[in-house]
Design a protein around this ligand. Sequence first.
Ligand code: PMP
Ligand code: GLN
Length: 384
Amino acid sequence: MTKTFSIPTKLPYAGTTIFTVMSKLAADENAFNLSQGFPSFDCSPELTGLVDHYMKKGFNQYSPMSGITPLKESLAEKTSLVYGVDYHPDTEVTIVSGATEAIFCAVTAVVHPGDEVILFEPAYDSYRPAIDINGGVPVYITLNAPDFAIDWELVRTKITPKTKAIMINTPHNPVGTVLSRQDLEQLAAIVKDKDIFIISDEVYEHIVFDGELHHSMMTHPILRERSFVCGSFGKTYHMTGWKIGYCLAPKELSDEFRRIHQFITFSTVTPMQYALADFLKIPSHYLRLPEFYQKKRDRFNAAIKDSRFTFTPSKGSFFQIVSYDRITDEYDYDLAVRLTKEIKVAAIPVSVFYQDKKDDKLLRFCFAKDDWMLDKAGEILCKL
Ligand code: PMP
Ligand code: GLN
């Protein structure tokens, strides 16, 4: 008889991620997919042309463990240009297979069993599993609608001798807030003189609106010295499927980060790295993103202006959260499923980003979609 196994799970609370669930449902139902965060339009043909070029040139074997030198150099140059901060390409820049890997490696590098990690909810779904798998203790601080601001005095009260790291996400997924200079000052005042690391998810660094600036952790000296700044090329260049990300961190932190990375994926897809090394040299590709996405945000928000949804325009990321409390009191997950099936528009229920599945009657729409789709989805949503 065949033996069947039952594996005691390390992640009892985690089913299949909401992004996979909703995208599958949207596909099955032939619905407009404004749920999972990915563009409905293609990346630049210049970029795919470069990949083609490098593949044909034979750049098809393993890349060095920490990434190819030209990409690490291009990224260091871009970082210096944009933020005025220098990272050494050899020792402080590591190319990995997406920001998800960067975050996992950073957490794994610093968190030992019993260490506490402070994180804010709503929280992107990969943070807690990374902490748990490493035997860490997640310490949640809940951010509340409508502004989802961080109460730094509350953060201060959560620091204990066991606090090993604080996880930051700016611009924020799902709520679209951005941290201010004052937020960075407050955080720096809290961690100064303490052995606390910052794991900073900045994948939407180039998607900020209304003339606001992205304040990277690297721009504050006290934060820079202890931060793993995690980024993703997927968001910036409209190719989330390539799964190429990076971590910028001081040498000692990068050393430990790489020790982990080499046993998780070892290295990242080679020809794409060469293509990105060239593409990154042209600043307009990322400098025009705020305008590009602000137009999409405004288009979607204009399309739902006369609906019964209420919202504050997103300040960053490619997500808009909306309140539906004037429409129905259904559980947000049930509503998201029902809307996908009945009116053919898919969204993400915001409760999934809270550990207790707190339901504030909010849905997250991704506006990284073609204009016609934003208009059409808006038209349908206005009928609710
Ligand atoms: N962090 C946040 C906040 C994200 O929204 C995403 C993906 N959309 C990631 C990390 C993961 O990025 P990647 O696809 O490069 O792994
Ligand atoms: N980050 C994307 C989102 O928030 C999804 C990425 C994924 O599916 N893992 O929608």
